[in-house]
Design a protein around this ligand. Sequence first.
Ligand code: ATP
Ligand code: MG
Length: 485
Amino acid sequence: MLHPDLLQPLEPTQRKAVQEIARVLQESGYECYLVGGCVRDLLRGMPAKDLDLTTDALPQESRKLFKKTIPTGIEHGTITVRMLGHSLELTTYRTEGSYTDGRRPDQVQFGKSLSEDLCRRDFTVNALAYDPISEDLVDEHGGLDDLKNRLIRTIGEARDRFFEDGLRPIRACRFLSTLEFRLEETTQKALSEPEVQKRTAMVAIERFTDELRKGLKSADPMPMLLEIQKSGLLSVFLNRANVESSGEALTDDELMFQALANQKSNNSGDTRPLEHGENRSLQALPIDVKRKRFAWFKERATDIENSSDWLVDIRVFLWLHSLFPYSNSSDLMAILKRWKFPNHTVQCLEASFLLLDALDAVGMKNYTGWQRSNGLPEIRKSLFQLSKVLDHRLESFLLTWQAYIQCIAPEAGQMKGTLDALNSSYTSDPFRIKDLALSGKDLMEMGFQGKQIGDVLQSCLEEVWKDPTINTRERLIEFLESTGS
Ligand code: ATP
Ligand code: MG
């Protein structure tokens, strides 16, 4: 089927690069097609993120035809071709052999035809190919219809295709959010098949986390998160510890995971009263606000430093916290470490717990009729605790949360006031040891030693949280003398 305008959404030099690579290969007697996610996205009128080409030429043959190539994944038949300032991946047609690790075929076999290559792909909408020279669109699996109907459907029997590669179920879930499509019925049913889930349990955890992170960057990660949970895939990953140590007695850590995996989630709108010490701020939000906040958040936070990392990190926190509202920060940090999330995500979760505690503590004081100023020492103390977790990233953390809280206003008016106070205190108040007018060196000169120095600095700091005006050398020395230090 001819499709003359398909490359239109590409930048002119990108378009030329695609056509040039295809021309060179075809003039040497090979076939060459654009294939996979990029064709799908171009058909949706979107500029493709990565451009993948497929050919019957073997990697060593293709390498001879282009000036600049990089052997990116040569054992899988992939090279990168540099053309007009762009990098394009060129992969030899493949068929796939048997899978024993639930993820990667035991050996890569090069295929003879485009049809073979399309058959090994995961979903119909990802198995479209386009010849950039003849402008012919190849659709052998009904991908165009599914694209029109916004459906994710496996090629062939869903259960078999998921069983072949345990990552595919996770990909199916994340396309719900990145493409905003729905799952075709049998594809969706297969996600919950016990045999399929056993395979998914064997997938390298980093691959799961990569897909999860991709979905969390989308405008609305909720459809992905809900499907992961509904299908039982979430429990598979929470239970990973047990799979990895099969046969051996469970450690405390593993028992905790099992308990979490079986813990009833809060997405049904749990309204039981909170017990002492539980975070209230997020609990208090009505369920539809919790849903909305994921979407709103993206628009507002774009001008903050590293906003895309913060976006994912705070969403991870919001998700786990709403799933397990009665778990503490170290339980949830353990999940993230187990899932090999980057450190900044783990730190963000820890800091977000501290922040919610601060919002609760200060908010509660304001609520009970205290003046705002009475909450300030608490605010400075919170900033100190937060800076111990986040260091120089504290400022962008606070700004991102401020953007987020603005999104959920007016439901969160109280939280907003406290967060604004945290932000202004961050810029104007001393709250860390290094902000003190007395240093460890000064104390040493005054005769303090060893552990004493840390204790004295800490007591000065606590005094300064209460009243920043005493943060001068003279007044701190006065304070130390008055305490008999
Ligand atoms: P995105 O736009 O998010 O990158 P994508 O579909 O391009 O989505 P990639 O991981 O870039 O996803 O993969 C490129 C193509 O490779 C897919 O469109 C699909 O045809 C094929 N593919 C990727 N992963 C698998 C898999 N696990 N099983 C079968 N085919 C796959
Ligand atoms: Mg891609």
